[in-house]
Design a protein around this ligand. Structure first.
Ligand code: MG
Length: 258
């Protein structure tokens, strides 16, 4: 059993008229979705994604196939809703999520994403980006045409290359790995990462123990830095437990090196 505490915050920022981001936070499933398609569309798409995934909470335990199925169904519900009204044509959404899934009878983390919302994991004050953005900017970083720093201010930085709301569906990326007590996850929409650099994000996450306070401070930092987009943050703490509770077989070991 993975014991977690968490906090979340979301704000429309200083420029956008509507908050098109949606989020879900529960003990076994956390999702951030950043909707696209303008007024009366983006917010609908991101909420449909979250609602679709919420159905996973009926499964106990959750398995990897169920997560993939729920993402497929959420995609279809957005496609169908978009087809039913002209003003919602072409709406879509990113998703970035963390679920507790059972693999071989043992709880694991499953991280998944489509688009440019992100999941980070912090262990021992080291912040690691788990997800890889599906965006034009990320593709240009990968091919050496942009540096990471340039990508943050790249003119077409909001162009995503995969999203929910597409028929046939785009592929979702997934990672499954064992839990480490004491670790912290950050889920965020690009409204955070375009305004606040990773060094500053790490510093906030190191200094602020309470996950709800950390989420609120990160959202506030994005707004103070310009708030050019909707910004959504979920912070999850996997509680450190007594060492005897740790299943030695699931703890990643450092192989070689110091
Ligand atoms: Mg955004």
């Amino acid at each position: 059993m993975i014991e977690v505490t968490w906090g979340s915050a979301s704000d429309r920022g200083r420029v956008r008229p509507v908050n098109e981001d949606s989020l879900l936070a529960s003990p076994t499933l956390f999702v951030v979705a950043d909707g696209m398609g303008g007024h009366a569309a983006g917010d609908v798409a991101s909420q449909l994604a979250v609602d679709g995934l919420t159905q996973l909470l009926d499964s106990d335990p959750i398995g990897v196939p169920e997560v993939l199925e729920a993402i497929d169904e959420a995609n279809l519900s957005i496609v169908n809703r978009a087809a039913a009204s002209e003003e919602r044509a072409g709406m879509g959404t990113t998703i970035a999520g963390v679920a507790v899934v059972e693999v071989g009878g043992i709880d694991h983390w499953m991280v998944f994403n489509m688009g440019d919302s992100r999941v980070y994991r912090m262990i021992d004050d080291e912040l690691i980006q788990v997800t890889v953005d599906h965006s034009e900017a990320q593709e240009m970083v990968a091919s050496g045409q942009l540096t990471l720093e340039e990508a943050r201010t790249y003119r077409r930085r909001n162009v995503v290359t995969r999203s929910l709301g597409i028929d046939p569906p785009d592929a979702v990326d997934t990672w499954v790995f064992p839990p480490v007590p004491g670790e912290r996850f950050l889920l965020c929409s690009d409204g955070l990462t375009t305004e606040v650099d990773e060094g500053a994000i790490r510093t906030f996450l190191e200094r602020i123990d309470d996950p709800q306070e950390a989420a609120q401070v990160l959202v506030r930092a994005a707004i103070d830095a310009g708030g050019s987009d909707n910004v959504t943050v979920v912070v999850i703490d996997h509680r450190a437990t007594d060492a005897s509770d740790v299943d030695e077989n699931t703890v990643p070991r450092r192989i070689g090196g110091a």
